[in-house]
Structures are given as C-alpha cells and as structure tokens.
Design a protein around this ligand. Sequence first.
Ligand code: SAM
Length: 267
Amino acid sequence: MKKGRPYARKRFGQHFLKDSNIVQRIVRSAELRECDHIVEIGPGRGALTTRLLDTGANLTVIEIDRDLANDLTKQYDKHDRFSLLNADVLKIDWSEFCSTDLKTKLVANLPYNISTPILFKLIANRHLFSVAIIMVQKEVAKRICHKGDTGNRKDYGVLSVIADSVFETELLFNVPPGSFVPAPKVDSSVIRLVPKNNMINDEQIFFDFVRRAFNQRRKLLVNHLRKNEEAIFQRLSEGDLSFLEGTRPDNLTPHQYLSLFYHHEIQ
Ligand code: SAM
C-alpha cells in the first residue's frame, strides 16, 4: 500500500491506524485461529488487514472507497485467503459473505460517522458472528458497554439497553487520537461484543419501546407507561408498581427493561 497517499476522505470517516501496538492489541483480542473466517469493515490502507492475514485465517474485507479498494486488491490479491468487496457495508446483504456453518469474527476500526447504523446492522445479523472486536468513539463505546447499574448515568441510554439485551459487552481499551493519521478530534475505544444465545421475540418492537422510554428520560417511568404503553401498564403487578415508584427511564437495568416488556416480575 502506498504509505504516502496524500488524502483521507472525511466523508468516509477515514482515520488510519499508525500505531502498530494498537493494531496488535486489536488482532490479539480476536483470539484468531487459522480456521477462522474474519470480516473487516473498512480496511483503509491495510493497517489491520496485513496482521489479520498473518494469523492464517480467511479474510473478507469491505471497503467503500474505490481508490483504496484498488490499492488493496493490488497488495493482497496474491493471498488466496483474501477477498475484497468494493461496496457500502450498509447496503449489502451480510449473509452473502458470512457462512452460516462457521461463525465469522468481525474485526474493524469503524468509520465513526456511521458506527451506530453499522452496530444495528450487526445486531440484525448477529447470528452470523461469534465475536466482534470493533473500534468506535470512546463516548459511543461507553454508552454501548454501560450495564445500567454503576457508572455515569449520562452514558446510559437506548444503546446500552439494546446492546446489553443482545450482546455480552466489554470495553477493552482506549486509544488516543495520536494513534491515527489524520488524528480524530476525540478518543476512541476498542470493544468486544459477543452475541448472546437468547432469542428476543418482537425484537424491533422491544427496541422501539426502549427508544420511547428514553425519549421521556426526565419523566417518571410509570407515568410514561400509563400514558403511552397501555398494554404494558395494564399488566403491571402490585409488586411492579411499587418497584417502579420514583423510577425514571435511566434507573432501570437492561434486564429490567426486558422483564417489563415481556411481562415478567421486575426485580
Ligand atoms: N481499517 C483502517 C485502519 O484502521 O487504518 C481504516 C479505518 S477508517 C476509520 C474507516 C474505513 O472505513 C475507511 O477505509 C473508509 O473508507 C471505510 N468506510 C467508510 N464508510 C464505509 C462504508 N459505508 N462501507 C465500507 N467501508 C466504509
């Protein structure tokens, strides 16, 4: 790859990793074996790509930038374990490049401008993955990995509840702006997401229920339920009602949101 390529395209959220220690830590976090299939979203100039291929695993990369995709093809085409899709990751069908027999590992330094839509696409396709090791803005990482019981309330919200309902989440380590060219304005963090085995019925309806609750963040949750979630409110037991007394949307853990939605006693 031409190291001196003069541009970074802002519209594609391009911040290229230059710190080889960070690259190694990300790759190590994925605990890769030769039999693994890895997907990398946004390989860019190949900082992670080369190390991922060094593990002996099979790698599929998806890059939207045509110039970078051409450079990557030239650099890695001789590897028979490498394949590249020059495409927008939000527009393609992920089941076409993931096997259903062998679960895929996702490893990526995500374009920050679209990290939330990518996260939701990962949620919808999580049955295809055994683990995701992804870098996102630190602020987003804190929200995704917040468990709702301890920590700063301001980081707890819709993303925390939704992510915890479908993944085991863990913030692995932080990465300073100086680890990238060009340097972003914010800190970054690498997180690990492992899909839970649970099935969530009416998943999208549950997600919308959580979104509505957090839209009323300052209100008492019970008042919001009474006014806007009649079916759920009607089924609350005496115990639930006394539990919810004085509770605001950000006082309920993800597990308690699931209980509330699926009509289990809240504890
Ligand atoms: N992996 C490289 C690294 O760590 O140095 C680059 C990471 S950079 C933060 C994000 C990469 O995602 C860029 O290469 C960018 O062109 C690519 N990208 C942005 N939007 C994309 C999309 N919708 N689909 C696929 N790739 C995208």
